[in-house]
Design a protein around this ligand. Structure first.
Ligand SMILES: Nc1ncnc2c1ncn2[C@@H]1O[C@H](COP(=O)(O)OP(=O)(O)OP(=O)(O)O)[C@@H](O)[C@H]1O
Ligand SMILES: [Mg+2]
Length: 246
């Protein structure tokens, strides 16, 4: 099967400090990968680099391929159009842009064929309701005054509407109550069933109890020091990261 994401020899620096070193990672359609690691180990930096945040300087000879396309030099909007979605650890508020308008506009550029507005609205309502997002929230400015958990549910809704080829969820579980956590987990599993490649960044076994990843990767000091099956997450929870320190 073809990779949806293929990262090879990825080295990244931020303000002259090397924060990711020689990362290799392959994700196939429908696979769920979890990335775990201590605070400051580079997990969000990896997500930001894949998404194309220009703050992160990608060293020569690093490769980031989405499908067969090398996206390392593309702007974030071009990557999004190719089917990349990222749920931020700290989602930003965009005043004046309603959730509804944002999602309609975004889906006109990424989804094909385009549904009618009525179809779009009814599908959006149904998806929002499944995540227990009140309908009036869809008319509010994105994340403006949303609670921590509401922001995270909104990220999950966006992923579901946009049907990306690859979705990265950076600590989607923080701030979610137990019922919301289950709903978000369900949404992510549904995406994987529809062949979206998934990367989940998390600190906790709590989320992985509901989403069993196919692979777990441990990122320490900007390097993937170990990859393994889902049981690796349980081992880490018991023993901590000390034995993986290099
Ligand atoms: N603007 C910056 N200048 C210098 N160093 C930075 C800057 N932004 C981030 N860093 C550093 O890059 C490293 C990686 O940060 P990153 O946010 O990727 O960690 P993380 O693994 O996501 O941590 P957490 O689990 O706390 O979210 C950290 O040491 C951080 O302090
Ligand atoms: Mg982070």
């Amino acid at each position: 099967m073809k990779n949806i994401l293929a990262i090879s020899s990825l080295t990244v620096s931020l303000e002259d400090k090397v924060i990711l070193k020689n990362i290799n990672l392959k994700v196939h359609p429908g696979e769920i990968h979890a990335i775990m690691g201590p605070n400051g180990s580079g997990k969000s930096s990896l997500a930001m680099t894949i998404a194309g945040n220009p703050k992160y300087f990608v060293k020569r000879n690093s490769r980031i391929k989405l499908n067969t396309m090398d996206i390392a030099k593309l702007s974030p909007d071009k990557r999004a159009k190719l089917g990349l979605f990222m749920a931020f650890q700290q989602p930003l508020a965009i005043f004046g842009v309603s959730v509804l308008n944002l999602l309609r506009l975004a889906s006109t550029t990424t989804n094909s064929p385009l549904s009618s507005f009525t179809e779009f609205l009814s599908s959006l309502r149904q998806k929002a309701s499944a995540l227990q997002i009140p309908e009036e929230m869809l008319k509010r400015s994105l994340n403006d005054g949303f609670s921590g958990g509401e922001k995270k549910k909104m990220e999950a809704l966006q992923a579901q509407v946009l049907k990306p080829k690859l979705a990265i969820f950076d600590e989607i579980d923080t701030g979610l109550d137990i019922d919301a956590l289950k709903l978000v987990a369900k949404t992510i599993k549904e995406l994987a069933k529809k062949e979206t490649g998934i990367i989940i960044i998390t600190h906790y076994q709590r989320l992985l109890k509901y989403i069993k990843p196919d692979y777990v990767h441990i990122l320490i000091n900007g390097q993937i020091v170990k990859s393994g099956p889902s049981s690796l997450a349980q081992q880490v929870e018991k023993s901590g990261y000390e034995k993986y320190l290099i």
